[in-house]
Design a protein around this ligand. Structure first.
Ligand SMILES: [Fe+2]
Length: 228
């Protein structure tokens, strides 16, 4: 078949699913509560023979059975856990002979939570983004399952739009924040957790939450003009 005979614009291609993992069988419910608190909808769960629970979530509240916008969640498979453990041992992580690449990676990651693999969600309500982000912070503060396991960082919109600036000055999440997005007319919020282990070496994963202020062609996820 000649693939070029099909008009690309008549085909819809979306991201179907992301497959995430929690570290130990007993972390499953906490990881599931974390995703629910982040706004995802738990649509299925089943016990696995090898231990732990398999979960299906969707971001689509209007069509729970749609085959896209899915997040799967299950325990890290043993072979993957063994590989990560061997890699961490080989790098001497936590020892006096730790490979210098480890500290350099940690520094880069602390400065920019987006610099390697992460999962981003786009919301069309800043009120909801704020509500969910505050709920995640409350989990970390009040629920022992999450104490010390969630880290937070936010990027405010670049200043210059009076309406956006005023909205963010009144925001429980964004007021007083100096960090900004690279692009314009949007905000970002990040939650890093070690309840999900799909980062390099089985480390934590960053979840990102984005909001774009309506009515702007130039926004944080727009095609860049190359000048920034
Ligand atoms: Fe991102």
């Amino acid at each position: 078949m000649n693939v070029h005979s099909i008009d690309r614009k008549r085909v819809t291609q979306t991201i179907s699913h992301v497959n995430l993992h929690y570290p130990r069988a007993q972390d499953g419910e906490a990881a599931a509560v974390l995703l629910e608190t982040a706004g995802l909808i738990r649509t299925q769960e089943m016990q696995l023979q090898q231990g732990g629970t398999f979960y299906r979530f969707t971001t689509n509240a209007h069509a729970l059975n749609q085959p896209d916008n899915i997040v799967y969640l299950s325990p890290l498979p043993q072979a993957a856990a063994d590989l990560f453990a061997a890699a961490r041992q080989g790098l001497g992580i936590g020892t006096a002979k730790e490979h210098p690449a480890v500290a350099a990676y940690a520094t880069a990651h602390a400065a920019d939570p987006e610099f390697d693999f992460h999962v981003g969600f786009l919301l069309d309500s800043l009120d909801y983004l704020e509500e969910r982000f505050l709920a995640l912070q409350a989990l970390e503060a009040n629920d022992p399952r999450f104490a010390g396991r969630l880290k937070f960082l936010v990027n405010r919109a670049l200043p210059g739009d009076a309406e956006i600036d005023a909205r963010l000055d009144a925001s429980p999440v964004y007021r007083g924040i100096a960090r900004t997005t690279y692009g314009r007319n949007g905000v970002q919020a990040f939650c890093e957790t070690d309840l999900l282990v799909d980062g390099p070496l089985g480390g934590g994963l960053v979840l990102e939450f984005d909001y774009i202020f309506p009515g702007h062609d130039d926004h944080i996820m727009a095609v860049s003009d190359g000048a920034r």
